[in-house]
Design a protein around this ligand. Structure first.
Ligand SMILES: [Zn+2]
Length: 501
């Protein structure tokens, strides 16, 4: 017997031994602790067997600054397996928090989302990403014995597009009685600048992720992916999800990508391709602004409709792709700044894709932040660099009230501090959401595949769950999932980074 066979045989014996004791226990009830010990033995044997899987050899994980860094490498199934295995506890935890939110807001059961994933999304996902998603399931099961299957994982990957784009479209179409008031999300504050706007004349890009704290405090993965095909990627992300999804990423061909979501977007194409799969493909395969645009438009399903802010460090050019479903527009420049805070600006997109959005209301969150971006970026023209970008992401000026505050109108959002909430996203007063983390990079850093990231509010403020829930019992349903979100330090991550000894 070779080593591998000996190991396999030893593990099989362990598992069989455990199973024998287990069945003995079920006939004549053994003590709870004996059963627990047996379950633990089986789990440990499974974990040891999985840990020896050769697919895990090129992959690793470590934690720093509140983030979990994972390096994934290989063919699609292997990348998925590593992802599922290395992040198994975080995937189980993230899935529980996200799926609870999806079923709560839509008043649909989980089976509804599985069916949408299986029948609508899965057949149109490229084989490469089908393999990666199945790999996630395989890695997860190998590590924890998880019961989640590939349709659970696909529905989970679509958590930004199914509940707030597909479901309202379906409710309208089917004239669902008493349908909940679902609004597309408004995630993030971001900008990309180049030319005379930045300190070195090259591109600077920064983004903070706005979402509910329940999901946001789990949005703490740094993915370093070396795929068999396509470009190397460095991006932030969510455990179990194959796209960055908030989004912030760079690739080894010099493409820099972020976005902010278009508020009050309406529309869905059931025959389109899942947004998460297109966004991942675009980061992996686009080497230019044109290629990025082409991939995002191919099979556009209207899900998670964003204003994509792009940069190409090879040319110094930046772009904004306002990706509606009925309309879209691309702006590009080698000397300028493009900012986003959840408002559309193309007249056709505004009219056809966001008919409810009030572009003139200076007091709503998207427009107040738009005004602040204009002030802040103009004040700092010619001085913008990564250090300044980090500060901007933590900015607390409310342009509507013309004062410092922490609320829904500040670039660093704290909606839990706002008696108004955000009507446009159906975020009720004191909604536990806002800016949950920030990232920044520039062209020189992108060349070396480096980025800065801060977990928690980019200003450094903490969110504490217990006093919040005591003061706002209307959010008690989140209690099992809502945790403290404490800010970490700005931390540098780079491709191929090893754990600090
Ligand atoms: Zn803040």
């Amino acid at each position: 017997m070779n080593d591998a066979m000996r190991r396999a045989a030893a593990i099989a014996l362990l598992i069989l031994g455990g199973a024998a004791l287990w069945s003995a226990g079920s006939e004549a009830p053994a003590s709870a602790s004996a059963n627990d010990a047996m379950v633990a033995t089986i789990a440990a044997a499974r974990e040891r067997a999985a840990a020896n899987d050769p697919r895990l050899k090129p992959a690793w994980r470590f934690e720093e600054g509140g983030w979990i860094y994972v390096h994934l490498e290989g063919d699609p199934g292997t990348v998925g397996y590593q992802h599922g295995y290395l992040l198994a506890p975080e995937i189980e935890d993230g899935f529980a928090a996200v799926s609870a939110g999806m079923t709560h807001s839509t008043e649909r059961d989980w089976e509804f989302f599985r069916k949408a994933a299986r029948e609508m999304l899965w057949p149109k996902i490229d084989a490469e990403y089908q393999q990666e998603l199945q790999g996630i399931v395989d890695g997860l099961r190998a590590r924890t014995g998880s019961k989640l299957d590939v349709y659970d994982i696909v529905a989970f990957n679509a958590f930004e597009e199914l509940p707030d784009y597909y479901v309202p479209w379906l409710n309208k179409r089917e004239k669902t009685a008493n349908a909940p008031n679902l609004k597309s999300p408004g995630n993030c504050s971001a900008f990309v600048a180049t030319g005379s706007w930045t300190k070195d004349g090259q591109i600077v890009m920064a983004h903070n992720n706005w979402t509910n704290y329940k999901n946001g405090e789990r949005w703490r993965i740094v993915f370093d992916i070396a795929p068999k095909n396509g470009y190397r990627m460095l991006m932030d992300g969510f455990p179990g999800v194959i796209a960055s999804d908030d989004d912030f990423g760079i690739n080894s061909d010099g493409l820099m990508v972020t976005e902010t979501t278009i508020s009050q977007f309406e529309g869905w194409d059931p025959n389109g391709k899942a947004e998460f799969a297109r966004a991942r493909k675009a980061l992996q395969y686009a080497g230019s602004i044109d290629e990025y645009t082409k991939i995002m438009l191919d099979g556009n399903n209207g899900g998670y409709a964003n204003d994509w802010l792009l940069g190409d460090r090879k040319t110094g050019e930046i772009a904004q792709l306002e990706l509606g479903l009925k309309a879209y527009k691309l702006w590009r420049t080698k000397d300028g700044v493009l900012a986003g805070s959840n408002w559309a600006r193309d007249t056709k997109v505004l009219k056809e894709d966001t008919p409810q959005f009030d572009a003139n209301n200076k007091e709503n969150s998207p427009n107040a932040r738009r005004a602040r971006w204009e002030e802040l970026l103009n004040e700092n023209k010619g001085k913008i660099d990564v250090a300044l970008a980090e500060k901007m992401l933590g900015d607390h000026t409310d342009t509507a009230e013309k004062k410092e505050d922490t609320n829904e109108r500040t670039l660093c959002g704290h909606v839990d501090g706002s008696p108004r909430g955000v009507r446009e996203w159906d975020w009720q007063p004191y909604y536990p959401g806002g800016a949950v983390q920030g990232k920044a990079t520039d062209a020189a850093m992108t060349k070396e595949m480096r980025m800065m990231a801060r977990m928690g509010h980019p200003c450094g403020g903490d969110f504490l769950a217990k006093p919040f829930l005591a003061a706002h019992p209307e959010y008690a349903w989140q209690e099992p999932y809502l945790r403290d979100m404490k800010a970490g330090p700005w931390t540098e991550f780079r491709s191929g980074q090893a754990k600090k000894e």
